[in-house]
Ligand binder design. Structure first.
Ligand code: FAD
Ligand code: SF4
Length: 320
């Protein structure tokens, strides 16, 4: 690991000021320290943001859940109000990594975690995402890569929380140079759809402060499939939400993870379901619509039937 300065930020404004030319924010450190040990990230200064005021608080007020950026993933998984009001988020948090990882990992760090593509994580390779000329995954080992992308990089977003928060229509509060911004999850990731160098839309110095999640009477569910039950990312994940009345759904949101550089919002499939009863036939058709434009590579075609199955099962879970 390259030598670096370590500083503690006590306010969000000072955190941004302390970053300097080549600094990085440090929360739980699970992702950042891994990148630093492999010389993928070589910051000259690491700014600890875990002591920022109110960053570890979780509140529910007027039906809106507000999570500070440093609430841990374990804290989200265990909170009774989230389990009952926003089950997709609790289920997504419960499936992150392992108990040890969940105890340390923070909401902000989980959303801003970097690519897990093998080639990106290989210190001796400079693929497109690290400023090189080639995406090695396209013709190489692409088992874990995306089946949708708007650019030559096919590294998928793997944050469980991003997928659930997108389905729940959450807003991410970000401190930027220009002031505070309230972003949808799609806005938080949109740059990664078209720009191979981007993992999200955060500019250097942008600091996630909090996330707010409305409830508005929606039911929600999250499911994922992984190769291992613990210490592993999802091969595919799916979060859904919607209002259910007499078995019919309205305002559905269907979001897939680990299949695209962004949490993939299946808007056409959701529109197809509007006002329809949720049953085997309607959820099967919705799943077909959602995957119709998938373009799998040599080793990841298996993601298509898994994604369809997760969509069907997650939607039917809304009836329970
Ligand atoms: C074996 C293993 C399995 C895993 N499985 C899963 C899984 O199934 N699902 C899943 O979602 N994740 C999984 N992870 C990833 C893990 O959840 C993330 O690495 C972790 O959540 C990162 O959070 P952190 O607080 O440790 O972030 P850090 O490592 O401290 O930071 C991560 C990145 O976010 C930036 N950052 C931190 N806080 C902020 C902020 N407030 N504003 C802006 N930028 C910020 C940092 O600069 C850094 O770039 C796994 C990790 C491991 C090692
Ligand atoms: S998918 Fe992206 S991160 Fe992976 S090798 Fe290709 S350019 Fe690099």
């Amino acid at each position: 690991m390259k030598a670096f300065e370590y500083v503690n930020a006590l306010t969000p404004t000072s955190a941004a000021g302390l970053l300097g030319e080549n600094g990085r924010y440090l929360a739980g450190g699970i992702d950042l320290l891994g990148e630093m040990k492999e010389y993928i990230a070589t910051p000259s200064r690491v700014v600890n943001v875990k002591n920022l005021p109110e960053s570890k608080t979780l509140t529910v007020s007027d039906g809106v859940l507000r999570l500070g950026a440093n609430v841990t993933v374990a804290g989200i998984a265990a909170e009774t109000e989230i389990l009952t009001g926003w089950p997709a988020l609790a289920e997504a948090a419960r499936d992150v990594g392992s108990p040890q990882i969940r105890a340390v990992a923070t909401l902000g760090g989980n959303l801003a975690q970097h690519s897990r593509c093998w080639y990106y994580r290989q210190r001796d390779l400079t693929c497109l995402k690290r400023g090189g000329n080639t995406c090695y995954a396209r013709d190489g080992q692409n088992k874990y890569n995306a089946i949708f992308s708007g650019n030559p990089c096919i590294s998928p977003v793997v944050s469980n929380l991003a997928v659930a928060l997108s389905a729940l229509d959450a807003r991410v509060v970000v401190q930027r140079k220009e002031g505070e911004a309230s972003l949808t999850v799609s806005e938080l990731y949109q740059d990664a759809w078209s720009n191979p160098l981007a993992q999200n839309s955060l500019a250097p110095g942008d600091l996630i402060l909090a996330v707010s999640v409305p409830s508005d009477g929606r039911k929600s569910a999250y499911l994922q499939m992984s190769e291992k039950s613990d210490f592993d990312w999802a091969l595919v994940s799916c979060a859904v939400s919607g209002k259910i009345e007499d078995g019919k759904i309205s305002g559905a949101r269907i979001v897939l993870g680990s299949v695209a550089p962004v949490p993939l919002v299946a808007a056409d499939a959701a529109a197809f379901l509007e006002g329809k009863p949720l049953d085997e036939s309607s959820v099967t058709q919705a799943a077909e619509i959602a995957l119709a434009k998938a373009t799998p590579f040599a080793h990841n075609g298996y993601k298509v039937p898994i994604a369809r199955a997760l969509i069907r099962r997650a939607l039917l879970k809304l009836l329970v």
